[in-house]
Design a binder for this molecule. Structure first.
Ligand SMILES: [Zn+2]
Length: 434
């Protein structure tokens, strides 16, 4: 595809006007002012539009769209135990497929090209990712409570084995399987150590939740002889694999050193963290210590949407407010977190910025909107004024997967109908069990 006469957010996250982008196969072949005379492929009019690198949503539970808005108004432990866990226990692989498809539509429409996910029933989620054309690093959260349990006994292991088999026969590298420890408070020493050993032996990344709530962080210290969740994981070898650690709100200075020392990625999920009353991640401290920080939506049950444009905006302004520094995390630095850091957290090189040779993962914004005019500083309009409805086109690996309200790979009407059907079926079963 040739995107003609378009504003481009380049590899340094600076704006270049009146550019032409040519994509070939899954890559960007050319970005520059010259217009090829003999181009024969599809041509896209880029006037009054801007091309940005797509977002890499670094922490999600995509099928949780099915539980959006269910159990509002409860404190966290009651919300989890009385609403989330009983509902999730009823979800099948087919339900996951529909929930994931709905969530992926939301992601593509708000400028995401990839997401890192932890959930269950990998076959349903893989099917949705494969069909939709988005990229994803998928994992099945590993939980274990019995001291006798081993990793190979867990559903987390079965899910990972499925993903590893899937990757062997996949026609592309859009799906990457990761190991996962759901969290410190849902895992034993034995199983966490075995996950770490397995990940290291097979060159896998590990996705986990880390110090999301003060309660979780303090209870870990009380239970594990003063060790914080990060210190506990380090002792078991978890950080010897590349780790994506969601939340990191209550991490202490020594924990931040652990993350930095091992090249782990901390993922801030501001909407979810604020809505659940968990707190605000110390992003400045993490960055100052050299920790890679990425941005995630978390699941739609706690966010309550997967709108990446809103998440990236909030990540920036929340940190300005929290630090009292209006210059902290400006548009360029925020894009660095949302795009390049997210791509690196997924182990994807050649992604995360627009330049020739990189994957053609791009998002086109329509600037012909009341809230996007006038333009003094395009980047600040894209970060602080844009809405998800401004995305005109999303391309992943050179393939258009969203354009002008249409999803060429997703029957949205069918996904919405099935989400409603699943809601009704599960509520009836839950009522019958009472
Ligand atoms: Zn989460």
């Amino acid at each position: 595809m040739l995107l003609r006469d378009i504003s481009v957010v380049d590899e340094n996250y600076e704006v270049r006007e009146h550019q032409n982008i040519i994509t070939e196969g899954d890559a960007i072949a050319y970005i520059g002012p010259e217009l090829p005379a003999d181009y024969r492929g599809e041509s896209y009019d880029g006037r009054n539009k801007a091309a940005m690198p797509g977002f890499f949503n670094a922490h999600c539970h995509v099928p949780m769209t099915l539980i959006r808005g269910y159990g509002e108004g409860l404190p966290l432990d009651r919300w989890l135990n009385e609403r989330m866990f009983p509902f999730e226990a009823l979800l099948t692989a087919d339900d996951m497929y529909w929930g994931a498809l709905l969530g992926i539509a939301e992601l593509l429409q708000s400028g995401a090209v990839s997401f890192t996910d932890m959930y269950m029933e990998m076959d349903g989620i893989c099917r949705a990712v494969e069909q939709s054309g988005i990229k994803a690093n998928l994992s099945h959260g590993t939980s274990a409570f019995s001291p006798e349990a081993h990793f190979t006994d867990t559903n987390g292991y079965k899910g990972l084995a499925y993903l590893m088999e899937y990757q062997k026969t996949a026609a592309n590298d859009r799906i990457i399987g990761e190991a996962s420890i759901h969290a410190e408070y849902t895992c034993t020493d034995t199983v966490a150590r075995e996950v770490a050993d397995f990940a290291r032996a097979h060159g896998l990344r590990i996705h986990t939740h880390l110090s999301e709530t003060r309660k979780e962080h303090e209870e870990c210290k009380a239970r594990r002889g003063g060790l914080t969740p990060a210190a506990w994981m380090e002792r078991l070898g978890v950080f010897d694999a590349p780790v994506t650690a969601a939340h990191c709100i209550w991490v202490e200075d020594a924990d931040i050193e652990i993350l930095a020392r091992h090249g782990a990625t901390a993922v801030t999920c501001p909407s979810s963290n604020l809505k659940l009353g968990s707190g605000i991640a110390p992003v400045k401290k993490l960055l100052d210590a050299g920790v890679r920080v990425a941005i995630g939506t978390d699941g739609a049950a706690s966010n309550n949407n997967l709108n990446c444009i809103e998440e990236v905006n909030l990540a920036s302004i929340l940190q300005k407010g929290a630090t009292g520094d209006p210059l902290f995390l400006g548009p360029r630095d925020t894009l660095e977190l949302a795009c390049r850091a997210g791509a690196l957290a997924q182990g994807r090189t050649g992604c995360g910025c627009l330049k020739a040779g990189n994957r053609a993962d791009l998002v086109v914004y329509d600037l012909d909107k009341p809230h996007l005019q006038p333009v003094y500083d395009l980047l600040s309009n894209l970060l602080y004024s844009a809405q998800a409805g401004d995305v005109a086109l999303t391309m992943v690996d050179g393939r258009v997967v969203y354009r002008d309200g249409e999803f060429p790979t997703i029957d949205l009407e069918q996904a919405i109908w099935n989400a409603g059907r699943i809601r009704d079926e599960k509520l009836a079963r839950l009522a019958a069990n009472c």
